[in-house]
Design a binder for this molecule. Structure first.
Ligand SMILES: [Zn+2]
Length: 63
C-alpha cells in the first residue's frame, strides 16, 4: 500500500481500523482507514467505503 499523507500537516498517516462512521444518521461498524497522528483527521479507504455504504444502503432498503 502506498503511503498517504495528511493534506494539512504533510505527515504520513497511520493505518488504523477503528474509524467511526455514520451514514444517514445510522452508525456503521468501525472501519479501517487512515488517521493523521498530528491533527487527528481521518480518511477511509475508498473501496472499503464504497462497499460498506452500498451494503448499508441495501440493508436499509431491505434488499
Ligand atoms: Zn494532519
Amino acid at each position: 500500500m502506498a503511503e498517504w499523507f495528511c493534506s494539512k500537516c504533510k505527515v504520513a498517516m497511520a493505518e488504523v481500523d477503528d474509524i467511526k462512521l455514520t451514514y444517514n444518521e445510522v452508525d456503521l461498524p468501525e472501519a479501517p482507514g487512515l488517521r493523521c497522528p498530528q491533527c487527528g483527521t481521518e480518511f477511509l479507504l475508498d473501496d472499503y467505503v464504497t462497499g460498506e455504504l452500498k451494503s448499508a444502503e441495501e440493508m436499509l432498503e431491505g434488499k
